[in-house]
Design a protein around this ligand. Structure first.
Ligand code: ATP
Ligand code: MG
Length: 676
């Protein structure tokens, strides 16, 4: 342990006093934000205390903790060494690396040895455990390798990696030395990588030989090489973590991580954290691109650390020593915030999983929960819907009693999916709402406090710090209870939210602050507040269709269709119609596709679907056509690409499909329309 840690451990912030009701917290945060956030700032270590809590002199740009100096990596790792050096920081599990894969690629075993950590091989998965002490060492080695290759404070580093521990080290090592990481979804095409390399002007790309997905080997290295070829701004180095799967011919720019790590390890390298001013950027992350071209969301340092630490306490009710599993990908905001940063900031154990929800069987999630006594789960509804299609009894085979709550976000949580989980898991199933831009929940339930119980069908109510309102889009006037409108947030956005779009302040204003009132942030989602103050998300402003003068959210139609017992998932889009303006078209994926192979059955299901829609929304919302594809096109983060489906339904080209994860679904959609 370095002397720095010993000395600084003595200056640990004191635990903030715990309020008893959520209403107290919320009101304090809105009525006196500076005092509220000054109090929360005590949760993290500051190398230099902030001089000013909030600078709102140039709204909508807000600066939190001005003049304060801190380091994310120090707060995630070093700070825990005195108290929890031997506690697991990460448990990594890969159902992709199983016996079969090892037989095909035996070099995988040696590669683990070169990368340092104890590995346990099981028939169905491989596991690596990493204590805070191990993590401290690995992050220092990684940071040393970066420094030895010229990476300095402010340099941008692209991380194009699958869900492996080295990706976590890479992120934390960047944070340690003040480099700005930009994680790009693994598996994106070379072209998308090149665009991001150029936009970020990346000095280095960190990658692997290959990624694995459902047993398929994906040649990451090759994709990176092609990306570098296409990029206008070439990175100086490509750092490769060789997993021993796909051999590659090293290029001039390439650096082999394992051999560099060995040098740092032999030298017992310790890299002092670089203290950043609170507003200096920690990372860039592009949005999912569900509705348009992705935006480079820029996150600060101090506000980000405070916001995530606070959310782990007030929202997730996660405690030091507990185990948190965000079943996500580091390429998505959830992976950044809740697989890497927040659990570590809070001194928890984070589970990192490389694999699919139903491989080797649909019990894998629950087996991992049992084996690692997971306390809090977090995923997107799409993964659960996938399990819902399988044999129901898988969950009951494992002891999942360690779980105390299950959070979902990213897409609307339909009631049938929530009910399916509730049936098997006797804990609160909590929908909550946020965006890449916010980095932590905007609307949520708070299981820790009991003044506002969870209400089914609602992602909850505004979290502290968010002065969120549903407003009339045109006038900016607040809507009454029950009235639909746009979900907006009054500036300043709380700590942890995007501070701008990378090198594009104009796009920040144009994309988010161009309402009548220029201090209102637009979420681009419609919502309604009910009589009890609970919010309900009605869908994206892009996904509202106009049928003969009636504005209908496609999400409302989907919700009605999802009540059908044979439905796995569905997407509704509006297509142009000369007579009515737009018409809803439904694409339904059944739990058992065989059901629609007979005309009779198909007719029955169609009628039932129409019946469900008409019953809940009236004849106006009746789908003009119902198709039964075997899959829906989705982004890598599991969001349905309605934009692509709409184009196909109108017989057009799909346009920019850079964020599409499952190209086969495009054919599935086309096929379903042919079948008709
Ligand atoms: P882009 O902004 O590039 O189109 P995106 O909006 O899909 O991409 P994200 O930031 O990953 O990128 O997604 C945030 C959006 O996801 C929200 O604005 C909302 O539409 C949707 N969303 C998130 N959580 C929920 C939820 N609990 N219920 C309903 N919708 C949700
Ligand atoms: Mg968005």
């Amino acid at each position: 342990m370095s002397d720095t840690i010993k000395n600084q451990a003595a200056t640990q912030p004191s635990q903030t006093t715990q309020p008893s009701s959520f209403a107290d917290i919320y009101n304090a945060s809105i009525n006196n934000p500076e005092q509220f956030w000054a109090e929360q700032a005590k949760r993290i270590y500051w190398h230099k205390e902030p001089e000013q809590i909030l600078d709102d002199s140039n709204l909508p740009f807000a600066k939190w903790y001005v003049g304060g100096e801190t380091n994310l990596c120090y707060n995630c790792v070093d700070r825990h060494i005195p108290d929890r050096a031997e506690q697991d920081a990460f448990v990594w599990l890969s159902s992709e690396i199983n016996q079969e894969l090892i037989q095909t690629f035996p070099a995988v075993v040696d590669a683990f040895k070169d990368l340092g950590n104890n590995v346990e091989f099981y028939t169905d998965y491989t596991k690596r455990r990493l204590t805070y002490n191990d993590l401290y060492k690995e992050v220092n080695y990684f940071a040393d390798v970066l420094q030895r290759h010229g990476i300095e404070k402010g340099d941008r580093v692209i991380i194009y990696m699958p869900m492996i521990l080295e990706a976590a080290y890479a992120m934390l090592a960047c944070a340690r030395i003040g480099a700005v990481h930009s994680v790009v979804f693994g598996g994106f095409a070379a072209h998308n990588l090149a665009i991001r390399m150029d936009d970020a002007e990346a000095k280095m790309v960190i990658t692997v030989d290959s990624g694995l997905r459902g047993g398929k080997v994906i040649n990451y290295k090759n994709l990176v090489d092609k990306g570098v070829e296409q990029a206008n701004v070439k990175p100086e180095h490509v750092l490769v973590v060789n997993r021993g799967i796909l051999p590659y011919e090293p290029k001039d720019k390439d650096i082999d991580y394992a051999s560099q790590r060995r040098i740092s390890c032999d030298a017992n390298a310790v890299v002092e954290p670089v203290w950043l001013e609170s507003n200096e950027p920690s990372y860039l992350l592009y949005t999912s691109g569900t509705t348009g071209t992705p935006k480079g969301v820029q996150r600060d340092t101090g506000g980000h650390a405070v916001a995530l630490t606070t959310s782990m306490d007030y929202i997730y009710d996660g405690k030091a020593g507990e185990t948190f599993w965000a079943i996500s990908d580091i390429g998505w905001a959830v992976g950044h915030s809740y697989t890497i940063y927040a659990p570590l900031l809070a001194g928890m154990t984070s589970v990192m999983y490389e694999g699919l929800p139903h491989r080797p069987n649909p019990g894998i999630w629950w087996r991992i929960v049992e084996a690692n006594k997971v306390n809090i789960l977090f995923t997107a509804p799409t993964g659960v819907r996938m399990l819902k299609k399988q044999d129901e009894t898988w969950m009951t085979r494992y002891d999942v009693s360690s779980v105390k709550s299950f959070f979902l976000a990213g897409e609307p949580l339909d009631e049938s999916t929530a009910n399916w989980l509730t049936k098997h898991l006797n804990v609160p199933i909590l929908d909550h709402y946020w965006q890449t831009e916010s980095g932590w929940p905007i609307l949520s339930n708070t299981p820790k406090f009991n003044d506002k119980p969870h209400k089914k069908g609602s992602p909850g109510f505004p979290m502290y710090g968010y002065d969120a309102q549903v407003i009339h889009e045109d006038t900016g006037e607040p809507c009454a209870a029950g009235e639909k409108g746009l979900l907006a947030i009054r500036a300043p956005l709380p700590p942890g939210c995007l501070t701008t779009v990378w090198r594009n302040d104009k796009r920040f204003i144009d994309s988010y602050f161009s309402l009548t009132d220029s201090n209102q942030y637009s979420t681009s989602d419609y919502a309604v507040v009910d009589e009890d103050g609970y919010f309900h998300i009605l869908g994206r402003t892009d996904d509202v269709i106009n049928v003969a003068g009636h504005r209908i959210g496609t999400q409302e139609i989907e919700e009605a269709i999802s009540t059908h017992p044979e439905m796995a998932e569905c997407a509704v889009v509006g297509i142009q119609d000369e007579l009515k303006g737009e018409l809803p078209i439904a694409f339904c994926v059944l739990k058992d596709h065989e059901q629609v192979t007979t005309t009779e059955n198909r007719f029955r299901i169609e009628q039932q679907v129409i019946g469900a829609v008409v019953k809940s929304l009236g004849g106006i919302a009746r789908p003009a056509a119902i198709y039964f594809p075997q899959a829906l096109p989705k982004t890598r983060s599991g969001k349905i690409l309605r934009r692509a489906i709409r184009a196909l339904a109108e017989g057009k080209e799909t346009g920019d499909m850079s964020t599409l994860d499952n190209p086969v679904a495009i054919d599935a959609i086309k096929q379903s329309m042919k079948d008709y």
